[in-house]
Design a protein around this ligand. Structure first.
Ligand code: 5GP
Length: 188
């Protein structure tokens, strides 16, 4: 069975990362695609674990060399992208590739890999709940928070293009639903 690609995308604050963490603890053999970014590391984040932290110049050089499967300037001068080498690295281990990327990046990967990829859109139950989660996370200053909220509306319009929408109303329920879909997909 060829290793598959599972893509998780969501507006920030949807609880996507919590779901991804649980999925990675399951018995399904996964490798996490480590994205590259030009944003500075947050407290506790490690290079080559959470992200490959690159300077803007290093990031642009990789774009020019065609090393990205997809990339985006998600916020001004904050680039994010998936290195092609990640898919090869993880597939070489015989593991399924798990992506945690933004909405447009997720669709870009889906379009390139077609039936080999399952694209999941994680959604908070409401905008109010999403705002609350982002505030409670405490990682954003008010400008950054507003920037993220402004993007949410736009990001939600992409939801119908995904293979499946998972509403993260209750973490354990959402994890169970996600696991069920992934198990079905990887044996197909
Ligand atoms: P954060 O700064 O909170 O870690 O991520 C900001 C946004 O960038 C999130 O929506 C996240 O999903 C997205 N992102 C992370 N990695 C990638 C990637 O490889 N490609 C793209 N297009 N977006 C990414």
């Amino acid at each position: 069975m060829q290793a598959k690609l599972i893509i998780f995308s969501a507006p920030s604050g949807s609880g996507k990362t919590s779901i991804v963490r649980e999925i990675l603890k399951s018995d399904i053999p996964f490798g996490f695609s480590i994205s590259a970014t030009s944003r500075p590391p947050r407290k506790g984040e490690k290079h080559a674990k959470d992200y490959y932290f690159l300077s803007v110049d290093e990031f642009k050089k990789n774009i020019e060399e065609g090393n990205f499967l997809e990339w985006e300037e998600v916020y001004p001068n904050q680039y994010y992208g998936t290195l092609r080498s990640e898919v090869d690295r993880i597939r070489a281990m015989g593991r399924n590739v798990l992506f945690d990327v933004d909405v447009e990046g997720g669709l870009n990967i889906k379009y390139q890999y077609g039936k080999e990829a399952l694209a999941l859109f994680i959604m908070a139950p409401s905008i109010q709940e999403l705002t609350k989660r982002l505030k409670n996370r405490g990682t954003e200053d008010s400008e950054s928070l507003q920037k993220r909220l402004n993007k949410v509306e736009h990001e939600l319009t992409f939801a119908p293009k995904f293979d499946q929408i998972i509403v993260n109303d209750d973490l354990q329920r959402a994890v169970n639903e996600t696991l069920k879909s992934i198990r079905k997909f990887i044996v197909e």
